[in-house]
Design a protein around this ligand. Structure first.
Ligand code: NAI
Ligand code: MG
Length: 504
């Protein structure tokens, strides 16, 4: 926390990295914000919860369970069933029966009605979902409240509208559902990823078995309650909780017709080898470049950079984890970035003032720390927020590295934490070359005043999503997905329908 002095003229001065002082920014007051925690009594977490199979909550066949904790306090929130191959098999059979007997026979407009209902209940129970998401995963309530939950509801709403219009989505070609989908999701956007997977699958007439991540199973189970509340026919959606082996049993099950996976590139490749399903979509990692030209609105770019990498603790596959800045504005931009990260509030995810919450798990924190070490070993200069971090739980100060070589591990590998690698360029050609110099190709950002420059860059960048003068903006109507090792297939928009349909 910065110490504030006052000059003779009365304007507050705070110490600066260069050893001198600088005028206090409006944000410096943030350090003194009074705590504003969101009440958590809106959620009741059962001590032990089962899988959701065939419309009911059931124990795992072997009676095994595991604990899920709050990563901000390390407190146990509850126990959930640990899925075995037998549990997965039961869920797949329930999904098959529901597909054949009920869901594929239902008029499309009826399917749409269920999705509208799910969307509406999610909105009604939004606060409950937001608090639970922050408790189980560590993300700031401001984000779960303003991003995760509203976007999840919007996704169901958007695909509800497509259910009875599929004949118009593919230029008059006829479509048919694929069948049973096995869907495996990660821990960074637990409810939102469930919505991304379930909504298009259901709208197009498929049934599902969903496997949430082991550190964040709770909002998926709360969603199961919503599905009951919406009277969704039993077996249309089944949720089996567990670890990687549960996911592997689902991905390689011979009774499913489609696998949809979001997670690490390593697991994605393994699934590609073992899946027996006819259809597969993979959304893997990223190493997005945020490209800042000298002619952009610099203050706005700083906000975009901060949002791009520190949003959700950097647990974002499309995070702007590489900053490419035009050499002539490098020093000015870094000064502004330095000032800004010292104002970011790291702490209690349930506090409405919090900018950066807890790292999702102990193992993810260890991964991030290994990369911080690697950056230093590779000779990059490390800069971090000087705020004190909470004692309990898993925390990482917002960090950026300057003097980063393109070959450095922190410039090449996905860190999935609040860590930014800063590099420079002189010409647009050099920026494109550097931006594309990665095995990934999920997203990128461009900051410039010139529209023509944006279009020129766009045509040469190998990234599925490119934001211009903004970052991390999502909408259910926009397709999302990557090039190269970032995976294949698209989620969202009309493109997202194709992943769950046979188009004839
Ligand atoms: P992960 O890929 O192991 O986990 C994602 C999901 O896959 C979880 O539900 C997990 O239980 C399941 N899973 C694990 N092994 C499996 C297997 N053999 N077969 C089927 N399902 C399996 O990712 P992890 O270990 O949590 O994170 C490692 C790294 O992956 C992160 O540091 C980050 O770089 C990247 N990642 C990328 C995400 C994205 O959105 N693209 C999301 C989460 C992680
Ligand atoms: Mg948890």
């Amino acid at each position: 926390m910065s110490k504030t002095k006052t000059t003779k003229t009365g304007s507050a001065q705070v110490p600066h990295e260069n050893g001198r002082t600088r005028p206090a920014l409006r944000f410096d007051r943030a350090a003194a914000y009074a705590p504003a925690p969101e009440a958590s009594d809106i959620v009741t977490i059962k001590a032990r919860q089962g899988h959701f199979i065939d419309g009911e909550f059931v124990e795992s066949a072997e009676g095994n369970s595991f604990e899920t904790i709050n990563p901000a306090t390390e407190e146990v929130l509850g126990e959930v069933a640990k899925g075995s191959a037998e549990d997965v098999d039961r869920a797949v059979k329930a999904a098959r029966k529901a597909y054949e007997k009920v869901w594929s026979k239902l008029p499309a407009a009826e399917r749409g009605k269920y999705l509208f209902r799910i969307s509406r209940i999610l909105q009604e129970r939004a606060r409950e979902f937001a608090v639970l998401e922050s408790l189980d995963g560590g993300k700031p309530i401001r984000e779960s409240r303003d991003v995760d939950v509203p976007l999840a509801a919007a996704h169901f709403f958007y695909y509800a509208g497509w259910a009875d219009k599929l004949d118009f989505a593919f230029g008059g070609r006829t479509t048919a559902p694929i069948g049973v989908a096995g869907q495996i999701i990660p821990w960074n956007f637990p409810l939102l990823m469930a919505a991304w997977k379930l909504a298009p699958a259901l709208a197009t007439g498929n049934t599902c078995v969903l496997k949430p991540a082991e550190t964040t199973p709770l909002t998926a189970l709360l969603l199961a309650e919503v599905l009951q509340q919406a009277d969704l026919p039993p077996g249309v959606v089944n949720i089996v909780t567990g670890f990687g082996d549960t996911g592997a049993a689902l991905a390689s099950h011979k009774g499913i017709d489609k696998v949809a996976f979001t997670g690490s590139t390593e697991v994605g490749k393994r699934i590609q080898r073992t899946a027996k399903a006819r259809h597969l979509t993979l959304e893997l990692g990223g190493k997005a470049a945020n490209i800042v030209f000298a002619d952009c609105a610099l203050d706005q770019a700083v906000e975009g950079i901060v949002n791009g990498i520190y949003f959700n603790q950097g647990h974002v596959c499309c995070a702007g984890s590489r900053l490419l800045v035009e050499e002539s504005v490098h020093d000015r931009l870094i000064q502004k970035l330095e000032d800004r990260i010292q104002t970011l509030i790291v702490g209690d995810p349930l506090d409405k003032n919090t900018d950066i919450g807890a790292i999702n798990s102990k193992s993810q924190l260890a991964t991030i720390q290994r990369y911080l070490q690697a950056g230093v070993e590779d000779g990059c200069e490390i800069h971090q927020s000087r705020r004190t971090l909470p004692k309990k739980g898993f925390w990482c100060a917002p960090t950026y590295f300057t003097g980063v070589a393109q070959s450095s591990r922190i410039a090449q590998e996905e860190i999935f934490g609040p860590v930014l690698a800063v590099m420079t360029f002189r010409t647009p050609e050099e920026a494109i070359e550097k931006a594309n110099n990665t095995m990934y190709g999920l997203s990128a950002g461009i900051w410039t005043d010139k529209g023509s420059k944006i279009f020129k860059m766009l045509s040469q960048m190998r990234a599925g999503v490119v934001w211009a003068n903004t970052f991390n903006k999502f909408d259910p109507a926009s397709p999302f997905g990557g090039y190269k090792e970032s995976g294949y297939g698209r989620e969202g928009g009309a493109h997202g329908l194709a992943a769950y349909l046979e188009v004839k």
